[in-house]
Design a protein around this ligand. Structure first.
Ligand SMILES: C[S@@+](CC[C@H](N)C(=O)[O-])C[C@H]1O[C@@H](n2cnc3c(N)ncnc32)[C@H](O)[C@@H]1O
Length: 177
């Protein structure tokens, strides 16, 4: 069995009657700053069965009212984990591949073949990802979402939605309906 088929078999094993037992993908927010963005992403992750990792320092408390105002309830927080560093997060979650999202990315976000176990790393709203993190990844894992030439960047939660839905689409929205 080749690597790709083996991964698919493992993934199928985790899906029972259309209900995902484990997260297919992970989303990592590196030092997020703005509560409503993280609130939207918590909901996005709950709706797509994605595990969410938050890397400290956070620009807010997780029980902050502006997060709650996104209409979240306690069930949506079940799949959220906070880490003191990116290294700790990666050591603990052991993703198959990490893809970093950046306006300086060199590969169009829809080009790679994503697979169960992949993680998507996003930068803080005002700074983006540090150069040393971006440069630690090969060019094919530094992704960019196309924009008009005069544009600076997408909103963090919109960028997260675009990428997670592309990755899930590639898996035929397995576990969804
Ligand atoms: C508001 S943006 C940060 C802007 C920052 N000046 C930069 O250029 O990275 C927050 C995060 O959303 C993601 N993002 C926003 N627009 C993007 C795009 N066009 N392509 C890839 N990632 C994007 C990146 O992860 C980015 O770090």
């Amino acid at each position: 069995m080749n690597c790709e088929r083996a991964e698919h078999a493992v993934y199928n094993h985790r899906v029972t009657r259309g209900v995902l037992k484990e997260s297919m993908f992970s989303l990592i927010l590196y030092q997020p700053e703005i509560p409503p963005n993280t609130g939207n992403i918590i909901r996005l992750c709950a709706n797509t069965g994605t595990k969410l990792h938050l890397i400290e320092p956070l620009g807010f408390d997780l029980d902050e009212p502006r997060l709650k105002r996104a209409g979240l309830d306690y069930r949506e927080f079940v799949n959220v984990e906070v880490h003191s560093s990116l290294d700790e997060c990666l050591a603990k979650s052991a993703p198959r591949k990490v893809f970093a999202l950046s306006t300086h990315g060199v590969t169009t976000y829809s080009a790679p073949d994503f697979a169960a176990g992949d993680a998507f790393l996003f930068g803080p709203e005002t700074r983006g990802l540090p150069v040393e993190i971006l440069e630690s990844l090969p060019a094919e894992q530094r992704l960019r979402i196309p924009m008009r030439q005069e544009s600076r960047s997408l909103n963090l939660s919109n960028a997260a939605a675009v990428v997670i839905y592309e990755a899930w689409r590639q898996q035929d929205f397995a576990g969804g309906g």
